[in-house]
Design a protein around this ligand. Structure first.
Ligand code: ADP
Ligand code: MG
Length: 358
C-alpha cells in the first residue's frame, strides 16, 4: 500500500510581507511589455499610456481590527485616511493623484449614516487634493469593515522618482516630523483600555492632540512635491514613510544598491511624541525609526541642493547615502555607530523585552 504524502502547508508568518509578495509575483511580467515602466516594488506602479506623462497606480487597503479600531477612529477620519495613504504613495513617485476607485466590504452592523460619514472623509480628502472618484465595488462582510482604495496619478516623464536612484554622498531628507502617528496610537490604545476597565472615566487626550491627529488624520505631502518642482530639484530616490524610517531607508538602499548613515540626533521629533515615548519608557527617536504611518516623504538629493533643502523649514537632512559596503548605519546621539535594522516597532519592542529578560 502506498501512503499518501501529507501536503505541506507553510504558515504565512514564515515569510515577511515583502518576501511573500516576491514569492507570489516572481513569475509575472517575464515577458517585457513596453508600456510597463515599473511593476511591483515601488510606492506605485508606472506605465506609459503614450503622451508626455507617465501614469501611476497604487492600491492600499485598511482592515478593521488591523489598521483601525472604531472605538477611537471616527469614520470620517477613516475615510480621509484611506484616501490620503494612497495619495501619499503617488506623491512618493513625485507625481500627482488624479482619481480613485473605492472597494468596500461592509459588516451588517454598519448603518447608512455610518457609511455616509466614511464618504464625507473620503470626499474631503479628494477635494483637498483635487482628485475625482471614478467608481469602485461594494460587498457585505462577515467580519469587519475593509476599505481598499486604488489611486491613479500622473507625473511628467522626466520627473518620476523611484526608490532606486540614490547615489553615494546624496543627502537623505525627511519632510515634517516622525514618530507622531505611533505616539498617537499608543495614547489612543492606552485611553481605550482605561475606558474599558472603568467606563466612568472619560478619555483624556489633552496635551496629546497633535499626535492623536497624526494617527487618525495623517497628511499627504503634496507641498513637498510642489517645492521640489518650484526649486527644480529632482530627488534621486523617494519613498513615503508608512513603516518607520528604519524600514524605509532600507528599502531605498536595497533598491539603489547603496548604504546609508542616519543621524539619530537630527531626527525631527515633536515635543508630544517625545512626551509620549517617555511616558512609555522610550525615546522619541525610537518611535521615529520604528513606528509607522507618518506618511512623510523620505528622499535623497545631490549635495548641490544642500542650501535649498536646509533652508526649507518643512524639511530636515537626517543622514546621507554611503557605499553599499558601509551598510545601513545609525549614528547615535552619543556618537556611537550601530547597524540600523529594518524592523518595525513590534519586532523592536520584542527585542527590548528580550534584552530586559537577559
Ligand atoms: P507601500 O507601503 O508603499 O504601500 P507596499 O509595501 O504595500 O507599498 O507594497 C510594496 C510593493 O509590493 C508595491 O509595489 C505593491 O504594488 C506590491 N504589492 C503589495 N501587495 C501585493 C500583492 N498582493 N500582489 C502583488 N503585488 C503586491
Ligand atoms: Mg509607500
Amino acid at each position: 500500500m502506498f501512503q499518501e504524502k501529507e501536503p505541506v502547508f507553510t504558515p504565512i508568518e514564515h515569510y515577511g510581507e515583502f518576501e511573500l509578495i516576491e514569492l507570489l509575483t516572481q513569475n509575472f511580467n517575464k515577458q517585457k511589455r513596453s508600456h510597463v515602466v515599473k511593476a511591483v516594488g515601488d510606492d506605485a506602479a508606472v506605465f506609459d499610456a503614450g503622451g508626455p506623462e507617465l501614469q501611476l497606480i497604487t492600491t492600499d487597503l485598511l482592515a478593521e481590527g488591523v489598521h483601525f479600531d472604531l472605538a477611537y477612529a471616527p469614520l470620517a477620519h477613516l475615510g480621509y485616511k484611506a484616501a490620503i495613504v494612497n495619495f501619499s504613495d503617488i506623491y512618493a513617485m513625485n507625481g500627482r493623484p488624479k482619481s480613485i476607485t473605492v472597494g468596500l466590504a461592509v459588516g451588517r452592523r454598519y448603518s447608512v449614516e455610518a457609511l455616509e460619514e466614511l464618504y464625507k472623509g473620503l470626499r474631503y480628502a479628494c477635494e483637498e487634493h483635487n482628485v475625482s472618484l471614478l467608481g469602485g465595488d461594494m460587498t457585505s462582510s462577515r467580519s469587519g469593515l475593509v476599505v481598499a482604495i486604488t489611486a491613479l496619478g500622473t507625473a511628467p516623464k522626466d520627473r518620476v522618482v523611484y526608490r532606486s536612484g540614490a547615489k553615494e554622498f546624496d543627502l537623505l531628507c525627511l519632510s515634517g516630523d516622525a514618530g507622531g502617528a505611533f505616539a498617537g496610537l499608543q495614547i489612543l490604545q492606552r485611553e481605550k483600555s482605561v475606558f474599558e476597565q472603568n467606563p466612568e472615566v472619560q478619555p483624556d487626550l489633552s496635551g496629546y492632540e497633535y499626535v492623536v491627529e497624526r494617527q487618525l488624520r495623517p497628511q499627504a505631502r503634496q507641498d513637498v512635491v510642489e517645492f521640489l518642482e518650484q526649486e527644480k530639484i529632482l530627488p534621486t530616490a523617494m519613498i513615503d514613510v508608512s513603516d518607520g524610517i528604519a524600514s524605509e531607508v532600507h528599502h531605498i538602499c536595497r533598491a539603489s544598491d547603496c548604504g546609508a548613515a542616519v543621524y539619530q540626533a537630527k531626527l525631527p521629533v515633536d515635543y508630544q511624541t517625545q512626551q509620549t515615548a517617555e511616558a512609555f519608557g522610550l525615546e522619541g527617536t525610537t518611535y521615529a525609526l520604528y513606528g509607522g504611518e507618518d506618511y512623510e516623504l523620505l528622499f535623497t538629493v545631490d549635495q548641490k541642493y544642500y542650501d535649498q533643502v536646509a533652508t526649507n523649514p518643512a524639511l530636515t537632512i537626517i543622514g546621507h547615502i554611503m557605499d553599499k559596503s558601509q551598510g545601513v548605519r545609525l549614528a547615535q546621539a552619543d556618537n556611537s555607530v550601530v547597524d540600523l535594522k529594518p524592523k518595525g516597532f513590534n519586532h523592536f519592542a520584542k527585542e527590548e523585552e528580550r534584552q530586559g529578560e537577559d
